[in-house]
Design a protein around this ligand. Structure first.
Ligand SMILES: Cc1cc2nc3c(=O)[nH]c(=O)nc-3n(C[C@H](O)[C@H](O)[C@H](O)COP(=O)(O)O)c2cc1C
Length: 350
């Protein structure tokens, strides 16, 4: 049965890959939302859940997480749980609904197992998001739920803290952890929130709000910060020192890159690849992201847990990230190109 389902998945995926990228993306999510989980072979055995990792006061059932951006509306949770993820990061969600950037805004490069996207935080807004998420609360919860929060396009950076604090307040009750996303390249100037002065001010506001919520709900929700792979060494060092001094619970390294490394893709596609703006993910991001992770591990010397994201598409790749200092890994593009069997391999081997 499991083998049949894997073949079915491969067939489904090769059909989807014939379609424009965002259409196939939407169709896949629709299928996952509407019963697709029944076609996913169950990977969880009790022993696979007996391999927990504790960071930030949370017990992660295993080391494998779904990276943010695939389930921006929190509608496919049973499917991710069935795949066996130990944690799923939902969002990025913004306070108000917004459409995101103009289409086309999603591009696949099959030969390189890469994706470029410039979605720009298309979001149903935090209220709808939480309504979607609360539908699943009564179901048996099998993994940890992170909520990744961002700011609306038209919110000035000086007021960005209001957007983050609003999402934090609303999502606090349902979240196992919250990720503050200041590293997407697709919202103008968002990345300047990583600049040390801006970051300190933003975090102080967010931490004050978290303290208030912690007392109100008698519940501590860890805060993770997701950073870009495109930072200079000196900015990276300053950022990590700020995160450690504020006792942020973990750093996620990394988001997508605006850099375009050399790729295998054919000449015709290569021109489009180098010209395309947006964030690059998948295999060509791996080395850059691993380099950033190694620097993070070096600077933080075990004082800040690291979650690795960026180009993980095999057990070997995940092992390199863990050996470099990550405690957990997240996948996005690897799941698109290799399907749920990658999740199973990672759970079994790590
Ligand atoms: C289409 C797409 C949309 C994404 N949207 C988000 C997002 O909304 N928030 C976020 O923090 N990261 C987002 N990401 C980045 C991923 O979470 C991940 O950090 C990045 O793609 C690197 O991992 P990968 O190489 O396994 O894809 C997105 C990535 C892709 C490909």
């Amino acid at each position: 049965m499991a083998m049949f389902n894997i073949m079915l998945y491969d067939l489904f995926r090769s059909m989807l890959f014939q379609l424009p990228a965002e259409l196939s993306h939407d169709m896949a999510l629709w299928a996952l939302k509407n019963g697709g989980q029944y076609f996913i072979p169950s990977v969880l055995t009790p022993s696979q859940h007996l391999n927990p990792v504790k960071i930030a006061n949370l017990h992660f059932p295993n080391k494998i997480g779904l990276a943010a951006g695939l389930d921006k509306q929190a509608t496919c949770i049973p499917a991710w749980q069935k795949m066996g993820f130990g944690f799923i990061e939902l969002g990025t969600v913004t306070p108000q609904p917004q459409a995101g950037n103009a289409k086309p805004r999603l591009f696949r490069y099959l030969e390189d197992k890469a994706i470029i996207n410039r979605f720009g935080f298309n979001s149903c807004g935090i209220d709808q998001f939480l309504e979607n998420l609360s539908r699943f609360v009564k179901n048996q919860k099998k993994c940890l739920w992170g909520i990744n929060i961002g700011k609306n396009k038209h919110t000035d950076n000086n007021l960005a803290y209001q957007d983050y604090c609003l999402c934090l307040e609303k999502a606090y009750f349902l979240a196992d952890y919250i990720t503050v996303n200041i590293s997407s390249p697709n919202t103008q100037d968002l990345r300047s929130l990583q600049e040390p002065d801006n970051l300190s001010k933003l975090l102080d506001k967010i931490l004050t709000t978290r303290l208030k919520l912690e007392q109100e709900y008698a519940k501590y929700v860890p805060l993770f910060i997701k950073i870009s792979p495109d930072l200079t060494d000196s900015d990276l060092k300053s950022i990590l020192n700020i995160l450690m001094s504020r006792k942020i619970d973990a750093v996620i390294t990394t988001n997508t890159t605006i850099w375009r490394p050399a790729v295998q893709t054919s000449q015709k596609n290569a021109e489009a690849f180098y010209a395309q703006s947006g964030g690059l993910s998948g295999n060509p991001l791996f080395d850059l992201s691993l380099g950033c992770l190694k620097k993070c591990a070096d600077i933080t010397s075990g004082n800040l847990p690291i979650i690795a994201s960026g180009g993980i598409d095999s057990v070997a790749a995940a092992k390199l990230k863990l050996a470099a200092g990550a405690t957990l890994v997240q996948i996005y593009s690897g799941l698109i190109y290799h399907g749920p069997k990658l999740v199973r391999e990672l759970i079994t081997e790590l």
